[in-house]
Design a protein around this ligand. Structure first.
Ligand code: UDP
Length: 231
């Protein structure tokens, strides 16, 4: 494996607080990222925004504006996590699909690949830059663009179940499932737009729980507790 795209939810940064940042959570994720990078694997990262804002639950305001706030939330998360990763000694870059002055650099595939090849951890912040999309869609899009070998989807739940394990105690977890079945069964691992992009572009995925010890390292190794999505 040469290049991965890691997706973290915004909640991964807030830990048990559920809002904002949790320093120790971010530090432990950063420590794992450092270990992965030290093996020579190139790492791109997308982070959600749910620890600050979700466009679709913003009441009466316009969806486009609400989504813009959501995209800005993902930039805060990436700047924060980028700093945590820099503390481990790695170089990082935060790229956005729109200008943010000197805070970030403008995304292009070439620029991203240049940094990845130099061993920098590259944060894809600001989602796709468009409303009505999600950071899942941004994850699929960037993974496909940069030719990642796979997406590592770190979630609150330890894989993909046939029904919601929070509400159904008999829910069964898949060790392996095809992306076609994920879509056919409408399993909510990613939103449908993102899943369809992964299907069309043959982008595999490993889904696991972030809060399990060394879960990112294990997911990279392939010997992990979670679900493999095949294409
Ligand atoms: N968002 C967007 N376009 C994108 C990515 C994100 O509009 O390409 C906005 C949207 O409002 C979303 C928020 O940013 O609710 C946070 O992104 P995330 O994917 O975490 O949202 P979730 O799906 O968890 O609501």
């Amino acid at each position: 494996m040469k290049r991965i795209l890691l997706k973290l939810s915004g909640e991964a940064l807030s830990g048990s607080k559920g809002f904002g940042f949790d320093e120790s959570n971010a530090a432990s994720v950063a420590a794992q990222i450092k270990k992965v990078a030290d093996t020579g694997i190139q790492i791109g990262i997308v982070i959600g925004g749910g620890n600050f804002w979700r466009g679709r639950t913003s009441g009466d305001m316009g969806r486009s504006q609400a989504d813009q706030i959501g995209m800005l939330a993902t930039i805060m998360n990436c700047i924060y996590m980028s700093e945590a990763v820099r503390h481990t000694g790695l170089m990082t870059n935060v790229l956005t699909p729109f200008e943010c002055g000197s805070f970030t650099k403008l995304y292009s595939k070439d620029r991203a690949e240049k940094y990845l090849n130099a061993g920098h951890v590259v944060f894809f912040a600001g989602g796709t830059g468009h409303p009505y999309f999600s950071t899942d869609t941004a994850t699929a899009l960037r993974a496909i663009e940069i030719g990642a070998d796979m997406i590592l989807l770190a979630k609150a739940v330890d894989g993909i179940y046939d029904s919601d394990p929070k509400t159904n105690p008999d829910a069964r977890r898949y060790d392996t499932i095809s992306i076609d079945d994920v879509i056919a069964q409408k399993l909510g691992v990613m939103d449908l737009t993102a899943s369809i992009m992964c299907m069309e572009n043959k982008m595999p995925m490993r889904v696991f729980a972030l809060d399990e010890k060394d879960s990112i390292l294990k997911a990279v190794s392939g010997d992990f507790n979670g679900t493999t999505v095949t294409v």
